[in-house]
Design a protein around this ligand. Structure first.
Ligand SMILES: C[S@@+](CC[C@H](N)C(=O)[O-])C[C@H]1O[C@@H](n2cnc3c(N)ncnc32)[C@H](O)[C@@H]1O
Length: 285
């Protein structure tokens, strides 16, 4: 099993208002790209979308799909900042689907579906997916040695949705070193079990194995330090809202998110986790 709809909703349906308090204004819930000193989270999130736009070789006339589109931050970038005429998104979260429909972004259509059930009516010119693959393989499946097979199924399906020569701006959280201290292991397990049930961050080598034979890796950039900065900024902003969060959603929500985000900050600093952006090109032959 991948994360089920229920498990995805545990991760994303706490409340749109809750996430709005500490994410950037567009609600990107993924690693930003810091290109200069003193950049804001907002600017760094735009940089992230721009990198993936370029990796996907987008232009305003291309039809693009954002797989696991969250609350629509990247779709909004495509539509508003880049004047993309038509962009589609899929998500498994009802709260995200509702938020996206409420935003009424010009040219954007969103579908509430598991990617495995998605059957687009037309082929795409480009794909983007930002940290959605992290939901596809459970820890139990990884223990059974199924990770590469599961990720390969995903890349195969994505390949079936595009026209020849299409590019894919892909981003994923990675798992790397295993911590040695018992409390750190417990904190990582808490994050996986309580905040992101059913999911597991892939290893970079698993992704490299899985993209073949459908996609060529054209460019690859790791973003570990960027994710450390992103999660530190989320944590800082969330702590500024501590009183409001405790009053509205209870102590458990604040304490759980504080523990999870603190673990992320330490995880990126200590190489337990990283992040990758890849430019993939469909293999047509
Ligand atoms: C970490 S969020 C990232 C959201 C967004 N890409 C962003 O940058 O903010 C992961 C997204 O993947 C979606 N997702 C997870 N599993 C999915 C599946 N099997 N099919 C479709 N979407 C899925 C979730 O609903 C969520 O929107």
């Amino acid at each position: 099993m991948t994360s089920t709809k229920h498990e995805v909703e545990v991760s994303y349906d706490v409340s749109n208002e809750f996430f709005r308090l500490w994410l950037d204004e567009r609600m990107h819930y993924t690693c930003a790209v810091y290109e200069r000193d003193n950049e804001t989270l907002e600017q760094a999130q735009v940089n992230k979308s721009r990198v993936l736009y370029e990796y996907a070789e987008m232009n305003p006339d291309k039809l693009v799909l954002d797989i696991g589109c969250g609350w629509g931050a990247n779709l909004e970038y495509l539509s508003v900042a880049r004047e993309t005429k038509r962009a589609h998104g899929i998500t498994l979260s009802s709260a995200q689907f509702d938020e996206l429909n409420a935003r009424k972004i010009p040219g954007v259509e969103v579908f509430l579906t598991d990617y495995r059930d998605y059957a687009p009516k037309e082929k795409y010119d480009a794909l983007v997916s930002i940290e959605m693959i992290d939901h596809l393989c459970s820890p139990a499946q990884a223990n059974q040695g199924l990770a590469v097979e599961i990720y390969r199924e995903y890349f195969k399906k994505c390949a079936s949705w595009v026209k020849p020569g299409s590019c894919f701006g892909f981003q994923a959280i990675l798992r790397n070193r295993v911590p040695r201290v018992r409390q750190d292991i417990a904190d990582l397990k808490f994050t996986a079990d309580v905040i992101f049930p059913g999911g597991l961050n892939p290893r970079l080598e698993e992704l490299i194995q899985a993209v073949n034979p459908y996609w060529e890796v054209v460019e690859l950039k790791t973003r570990r330090v960027d994710y450390g900065k992103t999660t530190a900024e989320w944590l800082r902003r969330m702590r500024l809202q501590e009183t409001a969060i405790r009053a509205k959603w209870g102590d458990q929500v604040f304490d759980d998110y504080d523990r999870y985000l603190s673990t992320c900050v330490r995880g990126f600093a200590n190489h337990w986790s990283s992040d990758v952006q890849m430019k993939l090109r469909h293999i047509d032959v």
